[in-house]
Design a binder for this molecule. Structure first.
Ligand code: ACO
Length: 481
């Protein structure tokens, strides 16, 4: 992997200075965007009345203390900690612990957690099974689905009594946006939510009840194992054999090592680590919800996160990071941007890497990934594209920022960062999945504590009372005889 070279303007800026400047700026801008008084936190009183729009926009599916997205304000919280601050001070491993257990670890807890993550990196049996399939002919997200199912060799919550979540009569609710902060929804009807409150005798903190259960061990196996699967898929697609993990490396460094076969520089490892932190959890997004829906049937966690991988693969969700690079390549020179934007918007096409169901302000993850992309912008693989990207951002925000609250989302700059780290384009979305595994497992694990099967309704708009017509009496023109 070629060493990233910094551009002239970033010449004397170290990575840590870039990170510090970006995080300070992000916290300042987020703080400016909405007065603190808007935060009502836990003061939600049931019943809650919400407007529900198409695509379940605005609907509340459950309660959660894993993470919070404030779309109006443009900030993202993991278990009470601002993700921007976690980028500055934490690591992906620590964030995974935080999401799963609910608290930052003590030194001893973290050491034991890390030991288990390192131990679970080794998947020779799963890789052997995976390599008997034509991986090179599959999209890497399809290969990742396969690998995740094969990872379910012996353990699953369904197979292990000790790890099975408790049956429970209670249901609970979660929300990304508390009602007082709701931005206007697109739906017409209003729904009243009346969930029974979380019973006082139920555990509020997963750590208290689940540390030793097979369930949480399975979450760790998945968080650790998905990196090994992803790196192996990348290598096999490149006609190379998978290589063993290096136990001496941290999670991000080992992932790069297993993909490239070269130990990354501390700077490269730190940049990927931040990208993993930023993608680890994001409220009730489509893939998290998909994973939770499958888990709510008491299917095993492997089936559940496989559904998450499937949902993430779509271009409207995690697949957008690949589409952004293809879009920047198609635009080419920054001088083409203006005309391209006019044509795209005139044709009512979406600009990839922009817009978000929840954020009506700047996506905080883009606030960090943008400066990281700038830091790497001297790298030959993204030098031209970075200029095109910043020009595109200016044009799209000028056209749609004020009018439709459309700003860059997490996917806009993440692809540039991955490209500069030497990660092949088709592997961008799997890298997203590697990180999001922490959020999927944390939220599924939390939901199963008080599980109730998801089962929304549809409004039937079809005909009633039709009489069955035998096939031989059906008219090809559509008029039945
Ligand atoms: N470019 C141009 N216009 C846009 C964009 C965009 N990227 N996103 C939304 N709009 C416009 C729509 O055309 C629509 O306009 P209208 O009201 O005049 O018809 C309005 O904004 C609302 O758009 P919806 O598609 O209804 O918004 P929704 O909340 O359903 O979709 C989504 C959100 C899917 C992210 C959308 O913004 C999009 O398709 N973006 C591009 C793909 C992308 O970058 N996805 C990654 C999202 S981040 C993630 O999932 C990790």
């Amino acid at each position: 992997m070629a060493k990233p070279r910094r551009n002239q303007s970033a010449k004397h800026t170290t990575l840590e200075q870039t990170i510090r400047k970006a995080t300070r700026q992000a916290l300042h801008d987020i703080g400016e965007s909405t007065p603190e008084a808007a935060w009502v936190g836990n003061k939600v009183q049931w019943p809650v009345t919400c407007t529900v729009g198409p695509g379940l926009e605005g609907a509340i599916a459950c309660e959660s203390s894993v993470g919070y997205v404030n779309g109006a304000r443009g900030n993202l919280i993991y278990r009470g900690y601002d993700v921007v601050e976690l980028c500055e001070s934490s690591t992906f491993e620590e964030v995974a612990f935080l999401l799963l257990y609910g608290d930052l670890p003590t030194r001893r807890e973290f050491e034991s957690f890390n030991q288990r993550l390192v131990q679970y990196r080794f998947l020779p049996h799963t890789l052997r099974m995976m390599m008997s399939s034509p991986l090179e002919q599959m999209h890497p997200m399809a290969a990742l689905r396969l690998g995740t199912i094969l990872l379910r060799q012996r353990l699953s919550w369904r197979d292990q009594d000790a790890g099975e979540p408790e049956e429970s009569e209670a249901i609970a609710a979660d929300e990304d946006t508390v009602p007082s902060e709701e931005s206007e929804q697109q739906g017409e009807s209003r729904a009243e939510y009346q969930f029974r409150l979380w019973p006082a005798d139920k555990p509020q903190n997963v750590r208290k009840s689940a540390d030793n259960s097979a369930g949480i061990q399975t979450c760790l196996r998945l968080i650790s194992g998905i990196a090994t699967l992803t790196a192996a898929i990348a290598r096999i697609r490149n006609e190379k054999l998978p290589i063993d993990p290096d136990p001496s490396l941290g999670y991000a460094a080992n992932l790069l090592y297993m993909m490239h076969g070269i130990r990354p520089s501390p700077e490269e490892a730190r940049i990927l680590d931040i990208a993993l932190i930023l993608h680890a959890d994001h409220g009730m997004n489509a893939s998290t919800f998909a994973a939770m829906v499958v888990a709510s049937t008491m299917a095993d966690i492997y089936a559940s996160v496989t559904a998450g991988i499937g949902a993430l693969s779509g271009p409207l969700h995690g697949g957008a990071n690949e589409a952004v690079i293809e879009q920047l390549q198609a635009i080419g020179d920054p001088s083409n941007v203006k005309a391209w934007v006019v044509k795209t918007l005139r044709n009512k096409q979406k600009v990839m890497g922009f817009g978000h169901r929840v954020y009506k302000a700047y996506d905080p993850r883009a606030r960090i990934l943008g400066p990281l992309a700038k830091h790497l912008s001297g790298h030959p693989s993204i030098a031209g594209m970075y200029q095109t990207a910043t020009t595109l951002e200016k044009e799209v925000v000028a056209a749609l920022g004020r009018k439709k609250a459309i700003f860059p989302n997490v996917d806009f700059y993440s692809g540039l960062v991955y490209q500069a780290l030497g990660i092949p384009l088709p592997m961008f979305t799997p890298i997203f999945a590697v990180s999001r595994m922490a959020g999927w497992t944390a939220r599924v694990f939390e939901y199963l504590k008080n599980n109730r099967i998801f089962r929304p309704r549809a409004i039937y708009t079809g005909p009633m009372d039709l009489a069955y017509v035998p096939m031989n009496q059906r008219n090809e023109t559509g008029e039945n005889t």
